[in-house]
Write a protein of this length. Structure first.
Length: 66
């Protein structure tokens, strides 16, 4: 995934009024939250994790994986 750094800087500095130091101190999640774009898919729940574990089991002890 490529980031549009120029666009993000413009949004952060001009749109949000951040200083460069404030902008670069943010995590991507914090910046997205400030821009109103937070959300996205929910984290895995127990059932989804168990489904994945069944679909892709760990190798049995003593077996090598690729």
């Amino acid at each position: 995934m490529r980031f549009d750094w120029a666009g993000l800087l413009q949004l952060g500095l001009r749109g949000l009024g951040l200083t460069p130091a404030q902008f670069w101190a943010l995590t991507p999640a914090e910046l997205l939250l400030m821009l109103g774009k937070a959300g996205g898919p929910a984290p895995l729940g127990r059932k989804q994790l168990e489904d994945l574990a069944r679909a892709f089991p760990d190798a049995a002890s003593g077996q090598e994986t690729e």
